[in-house]
Write a protein that binds this ligand. Sequence first.
Ligand code: TRP
Length: 334
Amino acid sequence: MIGDKKVLFSGMQATGNLTLGNYLGALQNWVKLSDEYECFYSVVDLHSITVRQDPAELRKRARMLLTLYIAAGLDPEKNCIYYQSHVSGHAELAWILNCFTYMGELNRMTQFKDKAAKHADNINAGLFTYPVLMAADILLYQADVVPVGIDQMQHLEITRDIAQRFNGIYGDVFTIPEAYVGKSGAKIMSLQNPEKKMSKSDENPNASIYLMDDPDTIIRKFKRAVTDSMAQIVYSNEQPGVKNLLDIYCACTGKTPDEAVREFDGKGYGDLKLAVGESVVSVLRPLQERYADLSKDKAYIDGIIKENAEKANYYATKTLRKVQKKVGFPERIR
Ligand code: TRP
């Protein structure tokens, strides 16, 4: 708890172009949660270097992502929006937690197996201990809740296991975090293969809507979206392409699937695609405008980066000192 509020932690990597899926599935949800919780939203650049990055590109994207958090509606006065690499406690706690995590546990992580297969020429130790760093992120702020997608659930489970193991030895040091489920964000699928999640690393640019796509590009991609030959607009798992379009429409307009289906009664896929495209344009346009304004104001963003890193450091250090004492490191002499 910070004051009378529960603590929420989440983070995103600044690699690849953020997609509509990232926005509707995560960011938009973060904004909704930001009144209820004391929130820490990190740009997790330490995680990014588990895969080889171009340094200039990583720096540029990290700043874009941090600016996007704000453009999406997260108030940086209320939410702690910061770079993970600006708070050394993440790495320090990760080291300690490494010593309380078993090889066997990490070996079971499906994301490690996937990424190791994808980057067979660079299976580094950081990739292996990635979940421990993630546990450190969460535990450092004594987070109560962590909004994560299904693909990160296993990492949240291991975080809980590590925290419980540590508490079992040293007493109540860490808050045991819960996944934030509840009214979760929409799960947005690829426009080219509606069985697959929309992903920022998809090779086919038509599969994803990027947050910075201009209106013409957005409409064009929706016109090309894969549907089916059933020629009926219903909300059903039998028609994943149409269902995905309806999900996007609902997430952008606030309508329910029933309302949307009624609205498109008697209409064709062409009409549906156009309407969905327009609803997305009307959500992304203001976001892009805010982003453009914010990126012009270098001093403002710099100020946010500095102040929030200090705030994050304050809470991180509190936890870290406690942990260091528990494991037996000597007291600092002041
Ligand atoms: N691993 C997460 C992802 O790739 C990002 C992340 C890092 C994260 N640390 C976190 C998410 C802590 C939630 C909590 O999506």
